[in-house]
Structure formats: C-alpha cells, structure tokens
Design a protein around this ligand. Structure first.
Ligand code: NAD
Length: 228
C-alpha cells in the first residue's frame, strides 16, 4: 500500500511527534517500537485515539534484520529514527551504539534496497560534526567523531551514502541539532539547562553555546518530507 509509511523509533521523543503528524496528514503509519516485556508503547500511548486509529504498532528491534524487514515491506517511505542517543552512555557501552545505530541502519538500508522502497529518511545528528571549527556549520564541515555515539552515526551516514552511490538507494540523511519540546527526557541538554536556571543555578553544559536548538513543534512539522 503506497499511502502507508513506516517510522522506526516511533515511541521516542521525536518519533512520536512524527507519527502524530503523519497520521494527522492521513497516512497509515507502521510504527516500530523496541520490543519489551511490558508491551510498552512509550510516548505513543499519549497520542489521542483518533491518531492511534491510523497507527499499526510493530514490536521489533533494528538489530534484527527480520524484524526490520517486517516494518519496511510495502511502505512508501521509511523514517528511520531508532537509535541509542545518549553521548554519556556511549562512553560506557560503545558496542551497543554500534549495534543499534550503525548495524541497525545497515539493516534498514538492506531492507529498503530489497523491498524497492521509494524513499528512506535517515536521521543522523549534528554531533557528527563535533565541536564547530567554523560557524554556521555547513554540510561541508569535516566530520569529527568526538564520542562513540557520534562515531556510530558517522558510520551509519557513510553506509547510507554508500548505498546511494553504489545502489542508487533513495536515502536522505538529516542531521538535527539539539531538539527540544514536549515529551523530551529531562536529561537532554536544553531541559537540563532550563532546570538548572529554574533552580537558580548557573547552567553547566558541554558545548551548549555553540549549537542552535530546534523546537519540535515550531520547526519540524512543516518540514516533514512526505511520500511521493
Ligand atoms: N533529540 C535530539 O536532540 C536529537 C538531536 C539530533 C539527532 N537526534 C536523532 O533523532 C533520532 C530520535 O531521537 P530522540 O531524541 O527521539 O530519541 P529517543 O531516545 O526518544 O528515541 C529513540 C527511540 O529508538 C528506540 N530504539 C532504541 N534502540 C532500538 C532498537 N534496537 N530497535 C528499535 N528501536 C530502538 C528507543 O526505544 C526510542 O524510542 C535519533 O536517531 C537521534 O540520534 C536526536
């Protein structure tokens, strides 16, 4: 069905907003949620019933190629957001970041290629640029992996590029800066700064000053690439 789209990382902060926007625009959304024993659907459970009517939840894991294939088969667009996203945790568990962010993206690329999916939107991060050598950061800025998280995303981006150059896979890579808005973890940089300010403390945040933020409800909705 060509008016059906898939979202990985659908239960997360950005993914749940994307699912909501797509459903409200009339698309049927196949929403991949990381399998868990509690059948928790994360932020998707907060969405109104009329939105959820448009959503088919598929529990799976991007580290597993078979479950990725189930999500991708037959859809018009795949929005790939599933990832481990914590820079500090990546120092402690780098292998899991490679497995999820790099190998997981490889599985998505393979499934998209095998299924002939018309479009893949791969979500990377501005962390791939590291500390800015020049501002504003352009796409030509060198990639500097300053954490295992960034390295796992640089590798994923390069796989996406290679699938485009080798096989013509129709993939677009996004590199959002710090994104903030409703449903975000309080541990993320912008909420953490706000909490410190609200408590009357001087904010402490690594490299926060060099990066602009992206408010989800202000900026994301008009720019959501649609099928076709
Ligand atoms: N939030 C930001 O400021 C920001 C900035 C730049 C890039 N990004 C990127 O945007 C995407 C979404 O980020 P977010 O802030 O919504 O993060 P999030 O942690 O809220 O969402 C990520 C989702 O991926 C899921 N996931 C993790 N491992 C998985 C696996 N093995 N299989 C399937 N699903 C899995 C998680 O359950 C989670 O729901 C990520 O790729 C992230 O790297 C986010």
């Amino acid at each position: 069905m060509r008016d059906e789209v898939a979202v990985t990382g659908a239960e997360g902060f950005i993914g749940s907003h994307l699912v909501e926007v797509l459903a409200r625009r009339g698309y049927r959304v196949r929403a991949m949620v990381l399998y868990n024993m509690h059948s928790s659907r994360g932020w998707l459970d907060e969405l109104p019933a009329d939105v959820l009517d448009q959503v088919d939840v598929v529990f799976g894991d991007v580290r597993d190629p078979a479950s990725v294939r189930q999500v991708v088969e037959g859809v018009a667009v795949v929005y790939h957001l599933a990832a481990l996203g914590s820079v500090p945790y990546s120092y402690r568990a780098p292998r899991s970041f490679v497995d999820t962010n790099t190998i997981g993206t490889l599985h998505v690329l393979e499934a998209v290629r095998a299924c002939g999916t018309p479009r893949l939107v791969h979500t990377s991060t501005s962390e791939t640029y590291g500390t800015a050598r020049s501002v504003p950061i352009s796409e030509a800025h060198p990639l500097q992996a300053q954490s295992p998280y960034a390295a796992s995303k640089v590798a994923a981006d390069k796989l996406a590029e290679s699938y485009y150059l080798s096989f013509g896979t129709p993939v677009v890579t996004l590199r959002p800066f710090n994104t903030f808005g409703p449903r975000q973890s309080a541990r993320a940089v912008i909420p953490a700064i706000i909490i410190q300010l609200a408590a009357g403390n001087r904010p402490r945040a690594r490299r926060a000053g060099s990066r602009p933020g992206l408010h989800l409800r202000q900026r994301h909705h008009p720019g959501v690439p649609g099928p076709g």
